[in-house]
Design a protein around this ligand. Structure first.
Ligand code: DC
Length: 224
């Protein structure tokens, strides 16, 4: 069967990774969470700086010390940084605070997008992020761009965090979501922007299943 590259871009907490994992499972494709790669680099940067902040210049000089790999299938994928499982640690609010600054660095983007391109070389991949349809795979056969209001996204992220035992308030989550939108959209390199040929879906009033049905129908069209 004709294997595709499926790119899912969009704002934070629009359910990109939930949908990407489901699609990968349904199609027996590989799933790659590129946000987890930016988060792992941010984790590395925070570990580098004893004062609990990040030194972007030092980080950009140290990228050759960073090895990221994934283990496990779509549903239970784990992220490893230099052999250590950081899947939980990279979801910490401290990472949210710095990840957009790290992701705005040209050296970091070129370091990670090279690896992302290599992961998709054999196609049969679902990759979610911010620049997959525009920069990493501009020729992807199937591109989606997910949006939703900041309030809907903050509510969703807040519930996820409560379930994970994190203590941020809804207002703190909303402000972090808006702040990241702003930084991701306005950065100089590979900003978050819809690819011209991406299908845009506003998920604000849709259930996870409804969004999945829309995506899956589009993918089937491309496969046939
Ligand atoms: O999808 P996420 O929230 O886990 O992504 C974390 C951050 O990483 C997000 O604020 C922007 C950045 N990112 C990016 O710049 N490019 C990507 N392809 C994926 C994520």
């Amino acid at each position: 069967m004709n294997k595709l590259i499926i790119a899912i871009d969009g704002f934070a907490a629009t359910g990109k990774s939930t949908q990407a994992k489901r699609l990968a499972k349904a199609l027996d494709y590989t799933y790659v969470d590129t946000g987890a790669m930016y988060r792992a680099v941010t984790f590395f940067a925070l570990e580098q700086e004893p004062k609990g902040s990040v030194d972007l210049k030092l980080l950009c000089r140290s990228l050759d010390q960073i090895k990221i790999h994934f283990e496990g299938s779509a549903g239970k994928q784990q992220t490893f940084l230099n052999g250590v499982n950081v899947s939980q640690a990279i979801r910490d609010p401290k990472i949210n605070e710095y990840v957009s600054k790290v992701a705005a660095q040209e050296a970091v983007r070129s370091f990670l997008s090279k690896q992302q391109k290599a992961l998709g070389a054999d196609k049969g991949i679902v990759m979610d992020g911010r620049d997959i349809g525009t920069v990493v795979f501009p020729l992807a056969e199937c591109k989606f761009f997910l949006t939703a209001t900041p309030e809907v996204r903050a509510k969703r992220r807040h519930q996820e965090q409560l379930q994970a035992g994190l203590q941020e308030s809804y207002d703190e989550v909303l402000s972090s979501v808006k702040d990241r939108d702003n930084q991701d959209t306005n950065r100089a390199f590979a900003p978050l922007i819809k690819a011209e040929d991406a299908v845009e879906i506003d998920v604000s009033d849709l259930t996870i299943n409804e969004v999945f049905e829309l995506l899956y129908a589009q993918v089937q069209k491309r496969i046939n």
